[in-house]
Write a protein that binds this ligand. Structure first.
Ligand code: AMP
Length: 283
């Protein structure tokens, strides 16, 4: 696996392959786990050159302390990438990304995605995500970009970026990898205690309950209330949102009745042991 720390060296190297070989990009913030590795594996199936970026992006954090506490494990990340035969690791500095004339971007309007769910709870977060992903795309020039559906709204935001900028890039949304307990793998899980990890599996139980409970006996709004009561003990969980939305565009649903053939997604953000965890499930 090749390692590049600067956009210039990376772009120089890749320029020989542009238009000749398919290039896949997997953007990450490191602290890699099997969820990230599954994205690389998917990219390897479909692309001739796979670039993983590891960059803890300061502009997408709302709290400086969260940014500082974010795990940084580049040696281990490098090993994990080699395990799945990643071709290139791009591990730039903050200056290489943000003080770089070649990577300058203009803000885009991502519309209501910026004001609901994650957008509402984390003001400015998606502007940071959009900015860094566009910069990474300029640096790499990928044919395809691979992102996890664990960050469901983020996938929609990047779809919007690609459309607005008319980029010739295909976005591939990849399924969420889970622990045996059902807990969605996340770099943040490493900050949970043993007990916290067991308790965190309740999040998945809650989503499963919502997606499998009979639609004929209750309404969306009552189902949410019941699911919270049964699965998310408020002594431990501080839930920011648990919402059912339309799966195709995240717009609001009728809370009083289920619509036949409607594709739904239930999304959650909840705090446990001071750690913010998100998950979702379509149904
Ligand atoms: P992150 O490093 O958390 O920014 O994640 C980098 C990419 O990996 C994003 O596209 C995430 O959606 C994806 N990802 C994170 N966790 C998982 C998971 N458990 N399963 C699948 N993809 C994931």
């Amino acid at each position: 696996m090749k390692l590049f720390n600067t956009q210039k060296e990376l772009s120089n190297y890749l320029s020989a392959y542009k238009g000749k070989k398919t290039i896949g990009l997997v953007p990450t913030m490191g602290a890699l786990h099997k969820g990230h590795q599954s994205l690389i594996e998917k990219a390897k199936e479909e692309c001739e050159i796979v670039v993983a970026s590891v960059f803890v992006n300061p502009t997408q954090f709302n709290e400086e302390s969260d940014f500082e506490k974010y795990p940084r494990t580049i040696e281990d990340d490098s090993e994990k990438l080699k395990e799945v035969n990643c071709d290139i690791l791009y591990n730039p500095s903050v200056e290489d990304i943000y003080e770089n004339k070649n990577l300058e971007t203009e803000p885009i309007d991502i519309g209501y995605l910026d004001t609901i769910l994650e957008g509402e709870k984390r003001p400015g977060h998606y502007q940071g995500v959009v900015d860094v992903v566009e910069r990474l795309m300029i640096a790499v020039g990928p044919d395809k970009i691979y992102m996890g559906l664990k960050d469901y709204q983020q996938v929609m935001v990047i779809e919007k970026l690609i459309k607005e900028r008319k980029m010739d890039v295909t976005l591939v949304g990849c399924p969420t990898k889970r622990e045996k307990s059902g807990l969605a793998m996340s770099s943040r899980n490493s900050r949970l205690s043993q007990e916290g990890k067991i308790r965190a599996a309740k999040i998945h139980e809650c989503l499963k309950y919502i997606t499998t409970e009979s639609r004929s006996t209750t309404t969306p709004s009552k189902l949410i209330t019941e699911a919270k009561k049964q699965h998310l003990d408020s002594d431990y969980f501080d839930t920011e949102y648990l919402e059912i939305r339309k799966a195709d565009d995240l717009s609001e649903v009728n809370q009083n009745e289920w619509i036949e053939n409607q594709k739904y997604v239930v999304l959650i953000a909840t705090w446990l042991e001071g750690i913010r965890l998100i998950d979702n499930m379509t149904f």
